[in-house]
Design a protein. Structure first.
Length: 363
């Protein structure tokens, strides 16, 4: 639901009831992941998507029925083989399940608060019951980044504490995911929607490749920083797509800046004098990816220098170099595509193979 937080927040401020359809399960080649939502207002206005177009009409119709009748939340499944005339089926060949519920903002002020926080860019999570006792289906609990629940309840204080404990790691990681919770006498399945600050991309080396990588990183939703010790090279004019350009010794900057498990670090300097101290710091941090440009021969030389600097083998194994997928890239733009493609493949569990050669359904 946080993918349409801005519109839902406005509807809540205007105290406009709406029906919310949330993807709670997706399989095969379904185009949109769990957590994606579509909402329909009383006037028929619709926002968001659950399938990229395949079954939008059917879901909107179901939303209208739930909104008008005030009936309890309902679940509906859609798939390629659906014979249901209402469903029509997913022409992409995937399968998805949605939970449709009526939201009355006046009765759920905590949800309105969470949507407003998400719209403002404040890290927030909404834990939504998607399976369990009918009386709890669709209920939500909202959390801030520090783990404090500032509204909503799932039925009891014990359940709220248990769910908060499971949701907090997902919020800190910026992940939306299903969780199973054994809360006292009953088991619940929840979908934790997380809205976190954009992940960071730290690019070291103010070179042409960094400009292309900044552009690609911004397109993928990263907050991009370009860092170089040379003030004549590290300028905002040379890197208009970077969110910030820092003039500082790379390893000094990396030691002092904030990172997390979603942060990606790229070293493009080709300078052993700065590469080694920088990579020594990077390989000791809890970041998601560390990559360095260079040929296999340069990489082997770099590894020897890092061993001499005391970096253990298990940390050296985390270094991706040469960085990127084998696309035959030559230009900075092609290299940026190669590098970001590897990041996407690792994050999503992709093979890096052409889709025409992947036997399993595209997910």
């Amino acid at each position: 639901m946080l993918n349409i937080a801005d519109t839902l927040s406005r509807w809540c401020r205007e105290d406009r009831p709406f029906a919310l359809a949330t993807v709670v399960r997706a399989g095969g080649s379904a185009p949109l992941p769990p957590g994606t939502a579509l909402a329909v207002g009383l006037d028929g206005e619709a926002v968001g998507s659950v399938s990229g177009g395949c079954v939008e009409g059917a879901v909107q119709e179901l939303c209208g029925q739930v909104l008008a009748s005030g009936e309890p939340p309902v679940r509906a499944s859609f798939g390629y083989s659906d014979a249901d005339a209402l469903a029509g089926g997913l022409t992409c060949g995937g399968e998805l399940e949605v939970l449709v519920q009526r939201i009355d903002p006046a009765g759920q002020p905590h949800l309105a608060d969470a949507l407003e926080q998400a719209t403002a860019g404040t890290p927030v999570a909404v834990a939504q019951v998607i399976d369990g006792p009918q009386r709890l289906l669709g209920r939500t609990l909202s959390l801030l980044r520090d783990g404090s629940a500032y509204g909503g309840t799932l039925g009891s204080r014990q359940e709220d504490r248990t769910v908060a404990g499971r949701a907090l790691p997902l919020l800190r990681a910026g992940r939306t995911a299903r969780v199973e919770v054994d809360a006292g006498p009953q088991k619940l399945t929840l979908l934790v929607h997380s809205s976190a600050a954009p992940p960071r991309m730290l690019v070291f080396g103010a070179v042409d490749f960094a400009a292309a990588l900044s552009r690609a990183g911004r397109l993928l939703g990263y907050r991009v920083t370009v860092c170089d010790a040379r003030p004549g090279f590290a300028t905002a004019e040379r890197f208009p797509d970077a969110d910030e350009v820092v003039v500082e010794r790379p390893h000094r900057y990396l030691e002092s800046t904030g990172v997390d498990a979603r942060t990606v670090v790229w070293v493009l300097t080709h300078d052993a004098e700065s590469d080694v101290p920088l990579l020594r710091v990077a390989l000791g941090l809890p970041v998601g990816y560390v990559g360095a440009m260079g040929s296999p021969r340069i990489h082997e030389h770099r590894l020897e220098r890092l061993r001499e600097a005391g970096v253990p083998e298990e940390r050296l194994a985390l270094l991706r170099s040469p960085t990127g997928l084998d696309l035959g890239a030559r230009t900075p733009a092609e290299t940026a595509v190669s590098i970001t493609a590897e990041i996407a493949a690792r994050a999503r569990g992709g093979t890096g193979l052409p889709l025409s050669r992947v036997p399993a359904p595209v997910s």
